[in-house]
Write a protein that binds this ligand. Structure first.
Ligand code: G3P
Length: 219
């Protein structure tokens, strides 16, 4: 499973990408609101693309298809890595079909059902982002919806990639992998939680204590 970082924060991206585990980045307007006052948006996106060298999703804010396409064309000029996030509404589908014709890759976002995911794929989206945590928030099993999307896409050999999104905790990441999501996008916090295990920490301590008794050295 590919792992994406869900953030607009360049420091977090540099840190976690430095582990060698980040295949791409997803951003959205709310994540970017946290970066307000930290310079120019286009420069930030360029910097993210230079660090990650994989797909970087940037969201359009226009509400009509023509406006979305105009914004998309401007954003993809920043880097070949830019993927355009388009909301799953009728105008978003129309924009996705137009972008497909232009060779612009779309990540259809704010997807909450397998039915929406079918439309996204048919419009030509390269990626679909079901928001699992937000479904959980309203008492649904978000994971079940991703499982349905996987089954439907497999039924028809649809190559739209599923991005398990709105990932809130490490268990979500495990569920994403077990279901067969192509990608899981996660905040830096979840990456940090995934790497931690108390037995790893105590194991290192014990090994180092024992090593200090050997009198040997590596360097
Ligand atoms: O990738 C989508 C994500 O940014 C939304 O997450 O936690 O705001 O539901 P959240």
């Amino acid at each position: 499973m590919q792992l994406y970082l869900d953030t607009g924060n360049i420091d977090e991206i540099r840190e976690i990408a430095g582990w060698g585990v980040v295949d791409g980045v997803t951003t959205n307007p709310s994540l970017l609101a946290k970066e307000a006052g930290r310079g120019d948006y286009r420069a930030l996106l360029k910097e993210i693309c230079d660090v990650v060298k994989g797909p970087v999703s940037a969201e359009v804010t226009a509400e009509d298809a023509e406006g979305m396409l105009r914004q998309a064309k401007s954003l993809v000029n920043i880097s070949e890595h830019i993927v355009i996030k388009v909301p799953c509404i009728a105008e978003g589908l129309r924009a996705t079909a137009m972008m497909f014709e232009e060779g612009i890759r779309v990540n259809m976002t704010l997807v909450f059902s397998a039915l929406q995911a079918i439309l996204a794929a048919n419009a030509g989206a390269a990626y679909v982002s079901p928001f699992v945590g937000r479904l959980d928030d309203i008492g649904h099993e978000g994971v079940d919806e991703v499982e349905k999307i996987r089954a439907v896409y497999d039924n028809y050999d649809i190559d739209t990639q599923i991005i398990f999104a709105s990932t809130r905790h490490p268990e979500h990441a495990l569920q994403a992998a077990l279901i067969g999501a192509d990608i899981c996008t996660m905040p830096a916090k979840v990456f940090r939680q995934m790497v931690k295990h108390p037995l790893t920490d105590s194991g290192i301590k014990r090994f180092l204590d024992d090593w200090s008794k050997t009198g040997f050295s590596i360097d």
